[in-house]
Design a protein around this ligand. Structure first.
Ligand SMILES: Cc1cc2nc3c(=O)[nH]c(=O)nc-3n(C[C@H](O)[C@H](O)[C@H](O)COP(=O)(O)OP(=O)(O)OC[C@H]3O[C@@H](n4cnc5c(N)ncnc54)[C@H](O)[C@@H]3O)c2cc1C
Length: 423
């Protein structure tokens, strides 16, 4: 099939090459698209994406629904994508946490934390489409065309030179760059070419996802309910729907997927309880195996890892993409301030400096600045998985006391809410 989005070019040097045009990769390109170099010209950016990138982005993204933090929504607004997304994004006004069959409950309210919403829930396809629309608009502006897609294509080989990286694609094209950004997901090819090791923990769990409608309106409340079969997240979605993420053992997830709709609705009502009344409708069910994959290094010679290529985490707290957005934001900020200081130097000295944005000093700042956030989110997510997927009596008692204490202890609540909000 002919891909209208691809502009083939004879010019093979790009200031930045991004491997992977999923959410992180497209957002990365969007964040850099308007930056200019000391000579006033725009950064040239190549995106290599394994899937065909079509005008209808629904073909490249799956049926996942994501909870975007307040901070992520703010950043998407800053880069010009939120305007295409806001009407479909359902605000979360309250988060309600409970443990099935136990007394512990906790509530987090947007008003208490002086924000209009704790986050937003929206289909992954729509996020992808909004990013591509914003990128196309920026690219079309003043006929710049500084962002070019190579898709469907993958990296076949990488030569790491002192001053640049030479990238050979499966299609036979060759690109060179000062900076390679690995946004190519959990199985990152960039990570493998650089021989960066990963720490991997299989949770022995799967996420069963689907959208449902319920007898009672969701009233913009996100429910996180811990049950004997595993945690259930029921997130408020547009058109009166809720997005379900149900963490189950692989065997149980398969059984639940195979049930007919009536039997599935019944099982869900039993586990989730009557918070929203009966489940009236259920959509297509999909299963995702869950693991924690953590790259041991964030950077390599003229390369950095971003998003899932750096960290793939359990969706229990809905933090995976939000964490990746902060990677993108940090990298874009570092590149922008590097270019700004070069422009300043050019004005002061009259000398044109080389725009080398792949310097080790910039990359090591990135690795340093992202470390704490990565560790905190991974620890928070991992602890929630251990604590709430466990039926050992001391842990059950502990988490119920924890939920009660949490509900009344403001500093603890504020600390967690700050992370949830994406700050
Ligand atoms: C069930 C579930 C629910 C989730 N819920 C949430 C949530 O509520 N909130 C949240 O913030 N996060 C959530 N996440 C996590 C979120 O989906 C991911 O963090 C996010 O999609 C990662 O985006 P990415 O672009 O970094 O990686 P990916 O989505 O994996 O994209 C990588 C891209 O690179 C391309 N690619 C791969 N290999 C190559 C190659 N060799 N060459 C070129 N291209 C390549 C792929 O085709 C793809 O387009 C959830 C995840 C799951 C599984």
């Amino acid at each position: 099939m002919k891909n209208e989005n691809i502009v083939k070019t004879n010019k093979h040097f790009f200031d930045v090459v991004i491997s992977g045009g999923g959410l992180s990769g497209t957002l990365m390109a969007l964040s850099l698209a308007e930056l200019t170099k000391a000579d006033g010209s725009a950064l040239t950016i190549a995106i290599i994406e394994a899937s065909p990138v079509l005008k209808n982005a629904s073909l490249t993204y799956d049926d996942r629904v994501l909870a975007l933090s307040h901070g992520t929504a703010g950043y998407l607004e800053e880069v010009g994508a939120w305007q295409f997304l806001s009407s479909s994004a359902q605000p979360i006004k309250q988060i309600h946490v409970s443990d099935r069959g136990h007394y512990g409950k906790a509530r987090i309210d947007a008003r208490e934390h002086k924000v209009s919403a704790l986050g937003y829930v929206v289909e992954m396809t729509l996020i992808g489409q909004s990013l591509q629309r914003a990128l196309n608009e920026k690219n079309a502006l003043a006929n710049k065309q500084n962002v070019q897609w190579f898709a469907p294509d993958t990296i076949a080989d990488i030569e790491w030179q002192k001053k640049e990286v030479n990238i050979h694609l499966s299609s036979g094209e060759s690109l060179s760059t000062n900076l390679l950004l690995g946004c190519d997901g959990a199985q990152s090819a960039c990570r493998e070419f650089a021989n960066i090791q990963v720490e991997k923990c299989e949770y022995g769990q799967c996420a069963l996802i689907t959208n449902v409608t319920t007898e009672q309106p969701h009233n913009n409340i996100a429910y996180e309910r811990f049950t004997e079969t595993g945690p259930i997240a029921m997130l408020p979605l547009s058109h009166g729907r809720c997005s379900l993420v149900w963490t189950l053992t692989p065997e149980l997830a398969r059984q639940m997927r195979e049930l007919d709709d009536v039997a599935f609705k019944h099982q869900l009502e039993i586990s989730f309880g009557s918070w929203l009344g009966a489940i009236t409708d259920v959509g297509k069910r999909d299963i995702y195996p869950l693991s924690l994959v953590q790259a041991q290094e964030q950077i390599y010679h003229r390369m950095a890892l971003i998003g899932n290529a750096s960290h793939t985490i359990h969706p229990i707290a809905g933090q995976g993409f939000n964490l990746g957005v902060r990677d993108v934001q940090q990298m874009a900020q570092l590149i922008a301030s590097h270019l700004a200081s070069q422009k300043k130097q050019k004005i002061e000295t009259g000398q044109d400096r080389v725009n080398d944005i792949g310097q080790f000093s910039l990359l090591s700042q990135y690795a340093q600045q992202r470390k704490t956030d990565h560790q905190q989110v991974i620890m928070l997510t991992d602890s929630l998985v251990t604590l709430f997927s466990n039926s050992l009596p001391p842990l059950v008692a502990g988490r119920n006391i924890g939920l009660k204490v949490f509900n009344y202890f403001s500093p603890l609540k504020s600390a967690l809410v700050n992370k949830t909000l994406g700050y």
